[in-house]
Design a protein around this ligand. Structure first.
Ligand SMILES: Nc1ncnc2c1ncn2[C@@H]1O[C@H](COP(=O)(O)OP(=O)(O)O)[C@@H](O)[C@H]1O
Ligand SMILES: [Mg+2]
Length: 426
């Protein structure tokens, strides 16, 4: 098969690395890709917003399957446009991607189908939103309805903070994404990410993960796209996984099918595991980043037939095998991220780092120039490792990082601390 992967981050490098391994893969292209992806795929400079150009590329290069990494093209209908041009594409339709594009839509779907989630209301105007905040009190959570690149959620500790968030959102602080807000109950518990593969009818569980969103050690500092992750999530055992499939994922599959927008692709559930069981925080319509960088090293089965089965609607009798061993990834970012940072600094030592046993380095924001690897983004590298325990995987990842020479980069030194603490006390 000739496969075109869309995207340019660490998630896409992990997918490219896994798909390049498949005996089914003849040619692998990636648009636009990065310096690491170029080791497994031929990178092509296509504009992901130009669907006509992507369709033309697929025809010219006889692409048998397009795999979409990020949410933006999915929400813009890339799968619809490819499929109507006769090109097979992995991922949800624009209508099905509404599960990620609109938090209000997902909340209503939960309410109508008895899917456990925080109590909430949707608002289009500030006065009603503020009245709701005052009647419920803090802590309370204010969310922009639309896509806000991780900046659309305020977990407010006081009513004043929640009201300020409402003013910011309705004041246009998040653009169109904040034209409507969801205000919801604060959930107490421990978070986890749960990934399922769906074909419009059937969903099968993939694996679980936990991530670290804050920039600095001790889960302090500003929010980021994610500074590290590990899989599996220690708070989801087999019984909890069944419960999540039965109470959350399966009813979502039935409900989306019933309203005429059957869900295909990866369904990524952000969950809070509370005293009263698992509750849905949000859905994403794609693989996670950096979670994919710990899922792919744990996947024993071939990924390509699984993606095809999702697209073709034949997941019912499909079986995926996973390694039991945990995986952990540490993100190396450019100093200053998530604020202002420099591009073009030189990274050395990657080959020595990759030689550490069990380590796989995924590039997130890099480019190759004159035989050197340069930083080309905020999150730049993902150093992933597997090991018999999370602690072992963690030690391997940090041993690899010690071999990387990049003075303009930084990383957290405590990725996986919660899981390691659990292992130590067990
Ligand atoms: N109801 C809630 N109770 C407690 N924390 C929440 C709640 N909703 C969201 N959060 C916190 O805010 C983070 C971001 O919220 P989420 O809905 O996942 O939005 P996004 O990922 O689109 O920014 C979550 O990972 C969680 O830490
Ligand atoms: Mg989230």
């Amino acid at each position: 098969m000739n496969i075109l992967l869309l995207g340019s981050g660490g998630r896409e490098h992990a997918l490219a690395w896994k798909m390049a391994d498949s005996p089914l893969t003849e040619r692998l292209y990636c648009a636009p890709g990065n310096a690491g992806i170029a080791q497994q795929a031929q990178c092509v400079s296509l504009d992901l917003t130009d669907h006509t150009a992507i369709v033309a590329f697929c025809r010219e290069h006889r692409i048998d399957l397009v795999v979409v990494g990020p949410e933006a093209p999915l929400c813009a209908g890339i799968v619809d446009d490819l499929e109507s041009a006769g090109v097979k594409a992995f991922g949800p339709s624009r209508a099905a991607a509404q599960l990620e594009r609109s938090k209000g839509f997902t909340k209503d779907l939960c309410r109508a189908n008895g899917i456990p989630t925080a109590a909430y209301e949707r608002f289009k105007h500030a006065p009603a939103a503020k009245a709701y905040i005052r009647s419920h009190g803090a802590p309370i959570v204010v969310k922009a309805d639309g896509l806000a690149a991780g900046k659309g959620v305020i977990v407010a500790q006081s009513e004043a903070e929640a009201e300020a968030a409402v003013d910011m959102m309705f004041g246009g602080g998040l653009g169109e994404a904040g034209g409507e807000v969801v205000i919801e109950e604060f959930l107490d518990g421990e978070e986890a990410s749960f990934f399922a593969l769906c074909d419009g009818e059937t969903a099968i569980p993939l694996a679980t993960a936990q991530d670290h969103k804050r920039a600095f050690d001790g889960d302090k500092g500003p929010n980021t796209g994610g500074m590290g992750a590990y899989s599996p999530a220690p708070n989801i055992d087999a019984e909890m996984s069944d419960r999540i499939m039965n109470d959350i994922i399966a009813p979502t599959m039935r409900a989306t099918k019933a309203i005429g927008t059957p869900y295909k692709g990866v369904l990524y559930a952000g969950l809070m595991i509370t005293r009263h069981g698992p509750k849905l925080i949000e859905y994403n319509a794609r693989f996670g980043d950096p979670e994919t960088q710990v899922l792919m090293p744990r996947l024993m089965s071939d990924l390509v037939p699984a993606l095809l089965a999702s697209r073709d609607g034949v997941l019912k009798s499909f079986d995926l095998r996973w390694y039991e061993t945990p995986a952990l990834t540490v993100v190396m970012a450019a100093r200053g991220y998530p604020g202002h940072y420099a591009r073009g600094t030189v990274i050395e030592g990657l080959d020595e780092a990759a030689a550490v046993e069990g380590v796989q380095i995924f590039h997130a924001g890099t480019k190759a120039e004159g035989g050197r690897i340069l930083a080309n983004g905020g999150r730049v590298l993902n150093v992933s490792a597997t090991g018999k325990t999370v602690r072992k995987a963690q030690a391997r990842a940090y041993a690899a990082i010690a071999r990387i020479r990049w003075p303009e980069g930084f990383y957290r030194r405590d990725i996986g601390w919660r899981a390691v603490e659990r292992e130590t006390s067990a």
